[in-house]
Design a protein. Structure first.
Length: 224
């Protein structure tokens, strides 16, 4: 996996959408309610450098990822699994370029990931990276957003009993990114059959979920 760069623009929340077909790296999630460790990530968009103590705890896993999120169309996204990773730089879960960028900064406090599905069993991966320094979040988000086909974070294999199938590596996927304070939020979307079609459609479906999680993270980061 590789990665590129992007410009620096400070703002409270910015979305960067990537419409791409790319290989997917999988790892196994726990069922809902479990909080074990495992890992994977992605990124791009600009957060505002909100002052925050570097030793403040990361957002709790359950606070970042509620069990259900409105989809904006009268339905819900349902969480099928969530985990806290051992570190933000596990070599089997993040790309080497992202590892290098994290290590070049002031460090990462932790990473959470979750997998959601909608009523049609389309799959949506979310990852939240909490950096020690908000400026590192800005840097990561903008650099990773520079190349929407560069995947430094992988999709998650659905847990048994989720009703979802593990999609093949050549499945279509879109990626979107936001940043709030110390935290970078990454969203990935895939059609239930892994189809390489209608990327804008899956971006539109991902957006309410990414927005909701980003807003929750933002409120935590601002202390509200």
């Amino acid at each position: 996996m590789s990665m590129t760069e992007k410009r620096n623009v400070p703002l409270a929340l910015q979305l960067v959408i990537g419409l791409v077909v790319a290989g997917v790296v999988f790892f196994v999630l726990t069922r809902v309610g479990g909080e074990t460790v495992a890992g994977r990530q992605e990124a791009a968009a600009a957060p505002e450098a909100v002052p925050s103590a570097s030793d403040r705890p990361v957002i709790p896993l359950a606070d970042a990822f509620p069990d259900r999120v409105p989809d904006g169309k009268g339905g819900d996204f349902t969480k099928v699994g969530a985990v806290t990773l051992k570190s933000c730089t596990e070599p089997d879960s993040v790309g080497p370029a992202l590892v290098n960028m994290i290590e070049a900064g002031k460090g990462c406090l932790g990473e959470h990931v979750a997998l959601y599905k909608d009523a049609q069993n389309n799959q949506f991966n979310l990852a939240v990276f909490t950096m020690r320094d908000p400026q590192d979040t800005v840097t990561l988000v903008m650099r990773l957003g520079g190349n929407p086909t560069d995947y430094q974070v992988g999709a998650q294999a659905p847990p048994p009993g989720s009703g979802l199938k593990t999609l093949p590596p050549d499945s279509g996927m879109v990626q979107s990114f936001t940043g709030r304070g110390r935290s970078m939020v990454v969203g990935l979307g895939q059609w239930s059959d892994g189809a390489t079609r209608d990327y804008q459609g899956i971006v539109d479906r991902l957006s309410p979920l990414l927005q909701h999680v980003s807003d929750r993270v933002g409120r935590y980061e601002s202390g509200s």
